[in-house]
Design a protein around this ligand. Structure first.
Ligand SMILES: [Zn+2]
Length: 252
């Protein structure tokens, strides 16, 4: 009797986990998508604090029209995506392990999901994704560590610069990570940072291949030649190619 109840409990838990995982991997793009953003003073600087205090959605104004334009191109109609600036958090998300093995990554992703569960009051239950925005003063941090987003759990830790001058770059990083949360994969060579051909190219069929006018957003850089690339200045200098559109479910 007790054994049967225990087995039943386990089966119910497994079913809930499976349903959640399926839901996280199959976004219904006809529904409105709410992206909750929590800014964090990641380097404990007064300058960073100042930036966060005056931060508003107007600093991220390019994100919504970009996603509408890109989705309309592939779906025939735009998605309805809304950014929602949540409260500043004092507790920092767990640090992404460097030179990590598989176990480190599994442990980190569990810690991150636990952190998300602690921070995030899902009382309204409407947010599709939560991004934790770690802000750093560019005067103190020359190079930002890699941002990470998890498709399972729909959460991301995004490293950004606490500077108005970096708003354009910040928006590129933010949308890149947001699309990871919907299943898009990186399209650059991890060793060199170069866009992979053809999946990391905005116009892989262009003749001649170089120069490319835009970056594929999940590759992050505009290929200038077979072994050189440059950073895009604006979100409008990037696009999502068909492979990324397929990964996130904009084309079937
Ligand atoms: Zn990435």
């Amino acid at each position: 009797m007790w054994k049967n109840i225990r087995v039943l409990c386990l089966l119910v838990i497994l079913l809930i986990v499976a349903v959640n995982a399926w839901r996280d991997q199959n976004q219904n793009w006809d529904k409105p998508i709410i992206v909750l953003l929590h800014p964090i003073n990641a380097d404990d600087q007064a300058s960073t604090q100042q930036y966060i205090q005056q931060l508003s959605l107007s600093d991220l104004a390019a994100v919504q029209p970009y996603l509408q334009q890109m989705s309309a191109h592939y779906r025939g109609q735009p998605i309805h995506v809304y950014l929602n600036l949540g409260r500043e958090l004092t507790q920092k998300p767990p640090k992404v392990p460097e030179q990590a093995n598989m176990l480190d990554i599994i442990l980190w992703s569990l810690k991150f999901r636990f952190y998300d569960w602690q921070q995030h009051e899902r009382s309204d239950g409407t947010s599709a994704v939560t991004l934790y925005l770690n802000y750093y003063d560019p005067e103190r941090t020359r190079e930002l560590k890699h941002s990470t987003a998890l498709e399972k759990g729909r959460i991301g830790a995004v490293n950004l610069y606490a500077s108005k001058k970096q708003n354009e770059q910040n928006q590129i990083v933010l949308v890149h990570e947001l699309l990871h949360a919907f299943g898009a994969t990186d399209k650059y060579d991890a060793a060199t940072g170069q866009p992979l051909y053809p999946q990391g190219y905005a116009y892989p069929k262009q003749q001649p291949l170089f120069p490319q006018a835009k970056a594929e957003l999940m590759a992050g850089h505009i290929p200038v030649s077979a072994d050189k690339s440059k950073m895009p200045d604006h979100l409008q200098d990037t696009l999502l190619n068909e492979i990324t559109a397929l990964e996130i479910g904009w084309i079937k």
